[in-house]
Ligand binder design. Structure first.
Ligand SMILES: Cc1cc2nc3c(=O)[nH]c(=O)nc-3n(C[C@H](O)[C@H](O)[C@H](O)COP(=O)(O)OP(=O)(O)OC[C@H]3O[C@@H](n4cnc5c(N)ncnc54)[C@H](O)[C@@H]3O)c2cc1C
Length: 187
């Protein structure tokens, strides 16, 4: 076969350039960053991965919650969750568990749905950081900060010596061998 002339070489070169251009465009289209849906990202384990973790302290995120009835209902439910969390925290937590509780309380504050409550509670946390060394320490701390909020709202002080009885859920699963830590959860 005769070698291509100048015109032939030019056509070949142009075809190569077009092929290269199409290849680059298609590759870019197939795997663009940030184009996966949230569900696809979650399945791929790439959703919102941040190396340093969320910021535990900072401004309260929710807007002001004007409705007093909603605010009170929310408060009762939230305190119940918090005090019960402390009551079921390990008496001898691992460093990881301590860090988990500390982070939880700070994020609970930042994201609390009543913005003005969160703002005030943030100041309480700044003055009295969460106590996470043991269940007892956490429960007593929870009672103390709830009393600070009570005082601000002109509500009666709670006797923190009664905290153990008040939030004993009666779950009957105090055996540490039978905690959620050992349970495998399928999704
Ligand atoms: C973090 C946080 C911040 C809040 N900030 C505000 C705010 O700024 N402004 C506002 O209007 N509302 C705020 N609230 C809501 C408020 O604290 C009350 O939940 C709400 O007013 C309803 O009050 P309550 O009288 O029904 O009892 P709650 O204070 O909700 O208490 C529920 C129950 O917990 C028990 N209890 C009371 N004190 C203690 C304690 N010290 N330790 C353990 N148990 C106790 C009692 O049995 C009581 O009935 C906040 C709630 C939370 C969780």
């Amino acid at each position: 076969m005769a070698p291509p002339g100048i015109k032939g070489r030019f056509v070949l070169f142009a075809l190569l350039v077009i092929a290269l251009f199409l290849f680059v465009r298609l590759e870019g289209y197939r795997a663009p960053s940030g184009q996966l849906s949230p569900i696809q990202q979650a399945k791929a384990g790439t959703s919102n991965k941040v190396s340093s973790g969320p910021s535990l302290t900072g401004h309260a995120i929710a807007p002001k919650l004007g409705n007093a009835t909603v605010k009170a209902e929310l408060g009762r439910a939230a305190w119940k969750v918090l005090h019960t969390t402390f009551a079921r925290f390990p008496e001898k937590p691992t460093p990881d568990e301590k860090e988990a509780l500390r982070s939880y309380v700070h994020l609970f504050q930042r994201l609390y749905p009543c913005g003005e409550c969160a703002e005030h509670f943030g100041k309480v946390l700044a003055k009295y950081p969460p106590q996470v060394s043991s269940r007892t320490a956490a429960a007593m701390w929870g009672c103390m900060v709830h009393n600070i909020v009570n005082k601000r709202l002109h509500k009666p002080e709670f006797n923190c010596e009664d905290i153990g009885d008040a939030y004993d859920c009666g779950c009957g699963d105090e055996d540490t061998k039978d905690t959620g830590r050992s349970e495998g959860v399928d999704v």
